[in-house]
Structures are given as structure tokens and as C-alpha cells.
Design a protein around this ligand. Structure first.
Ligand code: PGA
Length: 256
């Protein structure tokens, strides 16, 4: 259940999917569903691949649906072939950027220090960083979940972070794209721990804590009411406007 005073955020991570025509169509379909009062109880965000940010920005223009990137470089600009700087995302109308997603950590060897540097770059550019943490299956099976996410949180969230420039997403690696989710008790345990660690380090901060990993139209009504879950980071299901909207509605219900 959304923490009192916190507006839930439902973020769609489109990952490496979509061409120009279907990206714009998906964005328009999300905007269409989000029209109307209920949508405003919950903030909606879509994070398309970099190639689609500009057309999606056009499709979202004038709507309440926010735009975000899936990653950024730690530097403001320079000789970094293939990378994208946070100010470039900002320039295209992004409000958010995901950093430290487990696919980046695994496929690109990003460690906590690199993730922290990206979150700092995001803040410097005026973006909100969505910092992802989460244990592997081996770590969970070894009973190390709390230790691992605690270490990632400490290393990845920069000093001076505030609720207005940082969101934390708990995404168990083994739940991403697998159709498997932790039990409600397991999600509640990790979120409570993350909440306590953030409160210790940033007293008074009202950070949004998202859950991610196989959130879909069916399980959203179970996951979003869990204590300290302030929204969701959604992969596969965010590619289907109707499913994404069903998840947003579940978040709205959990918040009201
Ligand atoms: P999924 O992805 O919803 O497809 O499991 C979530 C994520 O990677 O953010």
C-alpha cells in the first residue's frame, strides 16, 4: 500500500522493444486510457528505448504521462560512443531515468559505484533517478537477500538524494521476465528494510519504493496493496496498453 503522503508511480520499462510506428501508437494508447481524473492519483511513466524517446515525447505532449530514459552515462558529455548523457534525456523532455537495472548490471558490468555516478548525473541534469536493486536467485536461496539489497542501496543511492530526485525500485533478478514473483511477505520484508535504511540515512525523506519483476494485470491487485510498495516498475506488461493501465488502476486503488 502506498505510504501516506506519497503519490504512487507506475513506470513502464519498454526495454529494447519497438519501432517508430508501434512506439508512438503504444504511447498514444496509454495517454488515451490515462485521460480522466482517476489517472492523476497515480503518476504514469513510460521509458522507451532511446531511439523512440523523441516520437514518444510527441505522442505524450500535453498529457500527464511522464517520459523517461532507461539508462544514462555518468558524464555530462564527451567521447563516449553509443552512450547517452542525462542532459540529452532532459533535452528531449524526460523527467526520469532508470539507473542500475539488473540487465545493465549484468550485461554491462555496472557496479554500485557506476550506478551511483549515473544517479548523480541524473540529479545534476534535473532528472529523477530510478535506482534499481535486487538479489539473484542464488543470493535469495543463500538467505542473503536483505544483505545484498542493503549493500546495493548503500552503494547506488548518492549522498544528498531526496525523494524529489530519487526513486528506489526493488527488482529481484529472478523475477524479471520470468513470470515468477516473490510472496507478498517477501516483498513486504524487503520493502520494509529498504524503507528503514533510507530513513536512517536520509531522515525525513519520503522516497517512493517501487516493486518490479513480473508485475502484470493479474497480480497487480495483490502486489500494489503491500505495505511500503509505492508503485511498480513494469517490463513486459507495459508493452500492452490495457495491461499497463490495469496495473495503474491497481496502484490508484491501493493509494486511495
Ligand atoms: P518484467 O520486467 O516486468 O518484464 O519482469 C521488469 C523490469 O525489468 O523492470
Amino acid at each position: 500500500m502506498t505510504t501516506p503522503g506519497i503519490r504512487p508511480l507506475v513506470a513502464g520499462n519498454w526495454k529494447m522493444n519497438g519501432q517508430r510506428a508501434d512506439g508512438a501508437a503504444l504511447a498514444r494508447a496509454v495517454v488515451e486510457r490515462a485521460r480522466g481524473a482517476a489517472a492523476h492519483a497515480c503518476e504514469l511513466l513510460v521509458c522507451p528505448p532511446a531511439t523512440l524517446i523523441a516520437p514518444v515525447a510527441d505522442a505524450l505532449a500535453g498529457s500527464a504521462v511522464a517520459l523517461g530514459g532507461q539508462d544514462c552515462h555518468a558524464a555530462e558529455k564527451g567521447a563516449h560512443t553509443g552512450d547517452i548523457a542525462a542532459p540529452m534525456l532532459k533535452d528531449l523532455g524526460c523527467r526520469y531515468v532508470i539507473v542500475g537495472h539488473s540487465e545493465r548490471r549484468t550485461n554491462h558490468g555496472e557496479a554500485d559505484a557506476a550506478v551511483r555516478a549515473k544517479a548523480m548525473a541524473a540529479r545534476a541534469a534535473g532528472l529523477v533517478a530510478i535506482v534499481c536493486v535486487g538479489e539473484t536467485l542464488a543470493e535469495r536461496d543463500a538467505g542473503r537477500t536483505i544483505e545484498v539489497v542493503g549493500r546495493q542501496l548503500a552503494g547506488s543511492v548518492p549522498d544528498g538524494a531526496t525523494a524529489s530526485d530519487c526513486v528506489v525500485a526493488y527488482e529481484p533478478v529472478w523475477a524479471i521476465g520470468t513470470g515468477r514473483t516473490p510472496t507478498s511477505e517477501e516483498i513486504a520484508e524487503v520493502h520494509a528494510r529498504l524503507r528503514a535504511l533510507l530513513a536512517e540515512r536520509f531522515p525525513g525523506g519520503r522516497f517512493r519504493l517501487l516493486y518490479g519483476g513480473s508485475v502484470n494485470a493479474k497480480n497487480a491487485a495483490t502486489i500494489l496493496p503491500i505495505a511500503n510498495v509505492d508503485g511498480a516498475l513494469v517490463g513486459g506488461a507495459s508493452l500492452v496498453a490495457e495491461d499497463f493501465w490495469t496495473i495503474a488502476q491497481a496502484a490508484t486503488r491501493a493509494a486511495t
